[in-house]
Design a protein around this ligand. Structure first.
Ligand code: FE2
Length: 316
C-alpha cells in the first residue's frame, strides 16, 4: 500500500493531508485568528499560574476549529499506522500566540506532565555554543534518536515540539523513525533472548538528579527497550538514562543505538515557525540533525509532554 500523499479529509476550518506516516493539519488563517481573538484576554502569566485557564484555551480552540478537533488529534496519535501530527498555524506574530495555541492543543489531547522547569511547558533555545552544558543544547552534533520519559511517574504517551523562532538556522531538522519501519527491530529482539527489563533513571550523584527531583519521585522506570504488544511494536529508549547492570546489557543498548542511527527509514522533517510536531512516544523515536555552524544561530522550540490518564491509573 502506498503511503504517499493520500488526502484524508477536508472541511472549511482545517485542511488535513497524510504524507507518509504523518498527518498534516492546517487550520485556516481565519480560524486561527478567531481562536486568538477568543483568548486574547489570557496572558502567559495566567496560563502559568491559573490552571483552569489552560482548559479554557482548549474550549475556545474547539469553538474556532470545530467540536471534533480534539477527537481528530487523539485518533491520529492512537492510530499505530500514523501516530504523528504536524500542525501548521501559519505566521504567528508573537510568542504569546504560540503558547496559547500550544496550550489549547495539549489540553485537548490530555493532561500535560510537569517538566523539569516546573511548568507544564518548557522552551529550549539553541544558540551557537561549542561547549553547552546539556546534549540537547549542542547545535553542531546529531542529537541521537530516543523516546522521552524516564521515571515511573513520567509516562510520556505523547510529546509536542513547536517552533517559536529561528535565526540563521540552517539544518537542525527533526529526525524521526516509526517502529514499523525499523528494519532491525526483529533481529534486535532475537538478540535479547531473555527479554530483559531495563531500569531507566539517574544515579543520585548525577548533577541532573536534583533538577528532575523537583517534578518526579525519581522512582526508576522499568521496561523492555523493544516490545511487541497486540502486534504493534513499541520502544522505550533514551541512552542517557538507561542503567545497564552487565556488559551484555550495555552491548545490547549499543546495538540498538547503532541500528536506530543507521536505519534508512529515518524521516528528516523541517518544521516552519508556527508549526508543531506531536508524536506517539511509544512508536516513534525522535532526534535532531546538526545545525550549520553560524555565530548568529538561534532557534527556540516549545516542548510539552503528556499522558492519557486512563492508561496510568496510578498517576491520579
Ligand atoms: Fe526528546
Amino acid at each position: 500500500m502506498s503511503l504517499a500523499m493520500a488526502p484524508v479529509a477536508h472541511d472549511p476550518l482545517t485542511r488535513e493531508e497524510r504524507r507518509g506516516r504523518m498527518v498534516h493539519i492546517r487550520p485556516t488563517a481565519s480560524a486561527v485568528q478567531t481562536f486568538l481573538q477568543r483568548v486574547e484576554a489570557i496572558t502567559i502569566d495566567d496560563l502559568k499560574r491559573i490552571p483552569y485557564k489552560r482548559y479554557i484555551c482548549a474550549r475556545e480552540m474547539l469553538a474556532a476549529f470545530g467540536d471534533d478537533f480534539g477527537d481528530r488529534l487523539r485518533a491520529v496519535l492512537d492510530d499505530y499506522e500514523t501516530g504523528c501530527l504536524a500542525l501548521h498555524f501559519g505566521e504567528l506574530s508573537n510568542q504569546q500566540d504560540c503558547v496559547l495555541i500550544a496550550t489549547a492543543v495539549s489540553h485537548l489531547l490530555s493532561k500535560p506532565i510537569p517538566e523539569p522547569s516546573g511548568g507544564y511547558f518548557g522552551i529550549t533555545t539553541v544558540v551557537h555554543d561549542d561547549a553547552p552544558s546539556l546534549k540537547i543544547l549542542d547545535p553542531y552534533r546529531y542529537f541521537s534518536l530516543h523516546t522521552d520519559g524516564v521515571f515511573a511517574d513520567n509516562p510520556v504517551d505523547w510529546l509536542m515540539m513547536m517552533k517559536l523562532e529561528e535565526q540563521n538556522a540552517i539544518g537542525g531538522e527533526s529526525r524521526l523513525l516509526h517502529m514499523a519501519d525499523f528494519d532491525a527491530f526483529e533481529r534486535l529482539c532475537r538478540l535479547d533472548g531473555s527479554n530483559t527489563i531495563f531500569s531507566f533513571g539517574l544515579d543520585e550523584k548525577d548533577r541532573r538528579y536534583e533538577i528532575f527531583s523537583k517534578v518526579s519521585s525519581m522512582e526508576r522506570g522499568r521496561s523492555r527497550i523493544l516490545d511487541t504488544v497486540g502486534g504493534q511494536r513499541r520502544i522505550k529508549f533514551v541512552d542517557q538514562f538507561i542503567l545497564p547492570e552487565t556488559i551484555a546489557e550495555a552491548t545490547f543498548i549499543e546495538k540498538v543505538h547503532a541500528a536506530l542511527e543507521d536505519c534508512e527509514a529515518i524521516v528528516v522533517e523541517p518544521l516552519p515557525v508556527g508549526s508543531m510536531l506531536i508524536l506517539n512516544n511509544s512508536v516513534w523515536v525522535h532526534g535532531r540533525a546538526p545545525f550549520k555552524r553560524n555565530p548568529g544561530l538561534q532557534r527556540s522550540l516549545l516542548r510539552q509532554y503528556g499522558y492519557f490518564p486512563h492508561r496510568h491509573p496510578y498517576m491520579r
